[in-house]
Ligand binder design. Structure first.
Ligand SMILES: Cc1cc2nc3c(=O)[nH]c(=O)nc-3n(C[C@H](O)[C@H](O)[C@H](O)COP(=O)(O)O)c2cc1C
Length: 273
């Protein structure tokens, strides 16, 4: 499955069959995670926890949000510049890989016990578990939580292209035509999951360079959400052969409307001065 296909297929799965991951699936996920490297000069670690092989009767707390899951991915990172964007970039790669294997996942930022999960993994000094996700075979039972939060509606609803992406400054919406080669990668940003489906990502296209921002949200997961969007953008560009690199431009930090993360510089630099 291509990255674009995986992005289109992925959705938050909160109900699982109760089956543990097969040896083959677990092995493939372990191998994939081992080959990942966090971007933007930061560090993050993903671990796969099998509750079946833990000692004693261990149930990982997910406050009734997730049912029937036996395996979980955890994301740990420490405070450093661009740590959340970097960690989320990495974790979304793992999530999309699991999607490509036909497995369900669900980003969890709030609905899990940090104590339960922290106890099961060896953290590096300064590291904290920031995110977890169940990973496994989707179950058929509908969860009350899904109904309460309107999960179906959330999955289907994304803001319009022109409310997320802009030309030159935040006053001018970007059209799909004006996005040129970046139309598809930006469309993949639009499909990204975000906490509470807040979709805080905002991107300015200026002279062939894209500047990635995020709005501050109540939940406080906006830098994480930004990293997921960057992952969809960067990995789609890679898949489509669009060459460029991410670089933080200090001149972009002074922006009243949104918080700056990083920019995408096309190969050969910006088209205009
Ligand atoms: C950083 C982050 C944290 C999230 N935390 C939770 C959570 O604690 N509980 C939950 O049920 N869903 C959580 N979600 C899932 C979102 O609600 C979901 O991605 C969004 O509503 C869009 O739906 P979709 O993933 O099906 O496209 C989280 C998603 C992200 C990206």
């Amino acid at each position: 499955m291509s990255i674009i296909e995986s992005i289109c297929q992925r959705r938050s799965v909160r109900s699982y069959s109760g089956e543990a991951l097969s040896k083959e699936h677990a092995g493939r996920i372990e191998a994939y995670i081992a080959g990942l490297k966090a971007p933007f000069g930061a560090q993050a670690h993903i671990r796969l926890i099998h509750t079946d092989t833990l000692e004693g009767k261990v149930r990982m707390g997910t406050y009734g949000v997730i049912g029937g899951a036996r395996d979980f991915l955890t994301l740990a990172y420490k405070k450093e510049p661009l740590a959340e964007e970097s960690a989320a970039y990495l974790f979304e790669q793992a999530v999309l890989f699991c999607t490509s294997l036909g497995l369900g996942t669900c980003w969890l930022g709030g609905s899990f016990s940090r104590k339960d999960f922290g106890r099961q993994i060896t953290l590096e000094p300064g590291e904290k578990v920031g995110i977890v996700s169940p990973v496994g075979y989707a179950g058929s039972k509908k969860r009350i939580w899904d109904v309460l939060i309107g999960a179906e509606k959330h999955h289907a609803s994304r803001k319009a292209f022109g409310s997320l992406f802009f030309s030159h400054d935040f006053n001018r919406p970007l059209t799909e035509e004006a996005a040129g080669i970046y139309r598809r990668p930006l469309e993949m940003v639009r499909l990204a999951p975000s906490a509470n489906n807040f979709q805080p990502w905002r991107v300015i296209l200026e002279a062939g360079t894209l500047h990635f921002y995020h709005q501050k949200t109540l939940g406080g997961f906006d830098a994480i959400d930004s990293g997921i969007a960057l992952s969809h953008f960067g990995e789609t560009c890679r898949e489509l052969g669009i060459a460029g690199r991410f670089e933080r431009l200090p001149s972009r930090e002074k922006e009243a409307v949104a918080v700056y993360s990083i920019s995408w510089i096309p190969e050969g630099g910006s088209k205009e001065a």
